[in-house]
Design a protein. Structure first.
Length: 226
């Protein structure tokens, strides 16, 4: 049976098929490296102090009101998002679980290693570096094809249930979490805008080179959902 994939090679796999699709050690390594780099990207954006991504504006807003680290807030937020998967009938994969449990601690570790630069140029470099690293990291762990992260799964699940495009659903979700984050006092600024407009194209660019080609016959992800 011929393997069917999207243009970028991303496949629509169930949790068991993800583990049977071949090249598992390599894909696990890519997943872990991607999550570690994503945590670094979050730390770069936060320490750059020019505005975090919409979801991290929310996480920072919550962290400002509870005695928890940013990474711990991220873990609890991811677990809450996973509960929303139940009515959407989304199935988590190994990558989903890893994203939920590891991304927050990885971000905390990187935050402990970085300080906020004093100069504006260095802070801009942190911000731009955070966007680039985030795009690379996202392509790396998504390209491992071991299941979406909690927030990505919420996005695709809502798109499937409502019939709306991925772009529309993602925009509405990020506007909602950004508004809540601002109300809670999260860090918003030019970096938030740059991230919102740039991370998608950067991720798309890296995905062309980082998607692992699978051995198992699979059903393609719909190109109309991108």
């Amino acid at each position: 049976m011929k393997t069917s994939t999207s243009v970028l090679g991303l496949a629509n796999l169930g949790p068991i098929d993800q583990l049977k699709a071949g090249r598992l050690p390599e894909r696990l390594l890519r997943l872990l490296m991607g999550l570690w780099l994503y945590g670094l990207a979050i730390a770069l954006m936060v320490e750059g102090a020019l505005g975090a991504s919409p979801w991290d504006v929310f996480h920072l807003g919550v962290a400002g009101h509870v005695p928890l680290s940013l990474g711990t807030v991220m873990v609890f937020a991811a677990l809450a998002v996973l509960l929303a998967w139940i009515p959407l009938r989304q199935m988590p994969g190994l990558g989903t679980v890893a994203n939920t449990l590891l991304l927050g601690p990885f971000a905390d570790i990187s935050l402990g290693l970085l300080d906020t630069p004093s100069g504006v140029v260095a802070r801009c470099a942190y911000m731009l570096g955070g966007v680039l690293v985030c795009g690379f990291a996202t392509a790396l762990y998504v390209g491992a094809q071991l299941g979406p992260g909690p927030r990505d799964g919420l996005m695709t699940g809502l798109a499937r249930r409502t019939g709306w495009s991925i772009r529309r659903v993602r925009t509405l979700i990020e506007i909602a979490v950004l508004a809540i984050g601002i109300a809670l006092g999260g860090t918003v600024g030019v970096g938030t805008v740059v991230f919102a407009f740039a991370v998608g194209p950067v991720t798309q660019l890296f995905l062309r080179y980082l998607v692992v080609r699978l051995d198992a016959p699979v059903r393609a992800l719909s190109g109309s959902e991108s």
